[in-house]
Unconditional design. Sequence first.
Length: 537
Amino acid sequence: MMGIYLNPGNDGFSKICRGEYIDKTSMIALVNQKINGPNSLICVSRPRRFGKSYAAKMLCAYYDCTCDSRELFDDKGIASDYTYLSHLNQYNVIYLDITSFVSAAKRNGSSLSEVPNAIIEAIRKDLEKIEPDLRPDESLTDGLIRYVEGEGGGRPFVFIIDEWDALIREARFDHTAQMRYLSLLREWFKNNTFTPRVVAAAYMTGILPIKKDGSQSAISDFKEYTMLYPGHFTSFCGFTEEEVRSLCAKHQMSFSDAKAWYDGYHFSSIGSIYNPYSIMCAMQDHSFRSYWQKTSAAESLFTYINMDFDGLQETVARLILGERIEVQAARFENDLETFRSKDDVLTLLIHLGYLAYDEDDRTVQIPNEEVRIEFRGILQGAGTNQRWIKLLLRSRRLLADTLAGNDQAVAQAIERISETEYAPTFYNDEQALRYVIKFAYIAAMEHYKKIEELPSGRGLADVAFIPKPSSLYPAMVIELKWNKTSDAALDQIIDRKYAASLQDYTGEVILVGLNYDEKSKRHTCRINRIEAKYTHD
C-alpha cells in the first residue's frame, strides 16, 4: 500500500520523465554503493533550482518496494550499472519534503518548533495503515523497527529528505525549533538501536550543509557533498557542458551564448556545471536572459551585502569587475544567522549559487552574466551604502565623458576617484593607477566585457572593453602611464596597433591614454577615435 510519506510510489518521477528529462540516473549507482555500508548517510547541498527535487523523486521511484519502476529506468543510464536490478524497488521508503511542513505550520499559524512533531505524526498516520497493531503510546522509532522486522518483510528503509534545511532557514532565530528538528534527525540517524536495524541509507538534499554544533556537524555521521566539495556527485550538481551542448543543438540555440550567460561553476574533476533551471528556461523560451530572480530572492543577497563586514561592498565591486577573491570557508556555521566576518557571508553566497568556488586556490568569483546582473542590481538598489551610489553615479558620468571624447572631464573624474577609499593605500605606480581604473569604470560592466592586458602583435594593451552583443556602445582600449604623458600612452595604442587585437570586431574604437604625474599629482587624458575593421587568419 502506498502512502503520502511512507512508500509514496513513483508518480513524481514518472511526471518528470514525461517532460524533457536530462538523464541523471547514473547518480543512483553512487547511492547503491553506499547502501547498508558505513557511509550510507548522504547529504547533498545545492543552490535553488539545481535539480535537487528531481534527484529526490528519482531515488524515491527507484527504491520504493511498493511499485514497479523498470519501465522508468530500463532505458536510462543506471540500467547499465551492475547494481541496477539488485536494488531496484527493494526497500521501504520514507520521503519527506520539509518545505511542505514549514508551509503548513505558517498557514495554520503554528509555531515552527512544532514542525518536528508534525513530521512524526504524518509518518505515524501512514504507518498505521500498514501496521494496524501500532499502539497509541508506541514511539515512531519503535513502530518502524517492529514494522521492518515484521510486516515489512525485513526490508529496511531508505530515507529521502528533500529541502532538509528548510526549517533551519525559516526558523533562523528560533533555536528551539532548530534544536528539536536536529534532535529528530539524530534520533533517526545517530541511534545505536534504531539506525542499524531500520536505515539502509539516507539521502538528504538542501541548500545549506548540515548546521554545525560547535566545530562539527550536528549530525556527524553524514557524508556531505557541497558546492565547496561536491566529490563524486560533481557531475550531478547541474548540467554538464556536454549536456548543454546537446540541448543547444536540439533547440537550435547558440552554445557560445549559453556559455556566456550560464557557465561559471567549474570543478577540476568534471569541468563546467550549469544551472539546470536557467538552461531549460532559455531552451523553452528560446531566449538567453536572466532567470535567476525567479530562483532566489534578491532581497536576501541585498541583506547579506549590506552587512558590509570588512569592506564587503568593495569586495563585491571587485567581483563584479571580474576579480577572484580569496575566501576562508571553514568557519561558516551553515546557517543564516551566525555571521562573524566577510568570509562567512561569501561562503553563504557560494552555497546560494551567487558565487563559484575554486577548490584549488580557495577563491570565489561571480560565475556568469546571469548572476552578475543580480549583483549589479543590488549595488544600485535603494538602501545601498551611499558611497556606492556616489561611485556608480561618478562612473556613469565618466563613461559618458569617455564616449564623448571629453579628455579633461575624464582626467578630473579619475583624479576624484583616486582620492577616495577605492584607491590603494600607496598610490605610487602604474598598478595602483590600474586598480583605480577598475573602480572608475565599474558602470561600464553593464555594457562591456573587460579584458586586462589584452595581447596584440606588439605588446599588451592595459585594459580593453569589448561591447556585449546587446550593447550599442563602441569598443574602448585604455593605456596607462606613470610619470610620462597621456600623449605617449595614446601614441603607444596607435603605434602598436592594440585595437587590432579586438578580433572579429568591426566598428568604432575609443582610444584612451591616461597618465599620472607624481610631481604635479595630476592625471591627464587624451582620447581619440578610429574605425576598426580587423580580420584574422
